[in-house]
Ligand binder design. Structure first.
Ligand code: ATP
Length: 136
């Protein structure tokens, strides 16, 4: 459709989304932003969160994003994410295991600051993946 924009979401290891969208809403580091066709060009960093879009048939789609960058052009949004999965590809058991591992690390005595920061980030990723799966 003429009013669609092209959405591309890639990570260092895979292409996650490559399709037309009616609207894209992304978790910018300064706050969530929405993009329709014709938007002004800009570049922003992204924080961990949900990238939501309406595909060309009007279906709502949700993609987990662990952080990264987005380039917005009038007819295209490109997201370079550290890691990303479509809602349907999120493995709940894997996220639960990651959550348990991170929780154990956070409560284990003697963890270094680096381990603590890493475990906290892993916990936030796991919790957000699980929260996306529990959407109705
Ligand atoms: P894990 O410890 O389970 O690997 P993680 O949060 O450390 O979780 P990431 O570094 O964010 O994982 O991602 C590594 C790769 O694994 C990416 O390709 C990501 O899409 C994928 N991935 C991670 N967790 C899941 C999950 N629960 N379901 C589907 N894919 C996942």
């Amino acid at each position: 459709m003429a009013d669609n924009i092209f959405l591309e979401v890639v990570t260092p290891s895979k292409a996650v989304v490559s399709e037309e969208a009616q609207i894209v809403v992304a978790p910018g580091s300064e706050g969530e932003f929405g993009v329709l066709k014709g938007h002004t060009t800009f570049l922003t960093s992204l924080k961990l969160g949900s990238l939501r879009y309406k595909d060309s048939s009007g279906q709502d789609r949700v993609v987990f994003i662990s952080g990264g960058f987005a380039e917005v052009l009038p007819n295209k949004v490109t997201v370079l994410a550290e890691s990303a999965e479509r809602r349907k590809d999120i493995d709940v058991e894997r996220a639960k295991r990651a959550k348990e591992r991170a929780e154990k690390r956070l409560t284990s005595a003697g963890a270094s600051d680096i381990d603590f920061v890493r475990a906290e980030a892993a916990l936030r990723r796991a919790i957000h993946r699980l929260s996306i799966k529990s959407l109705a």
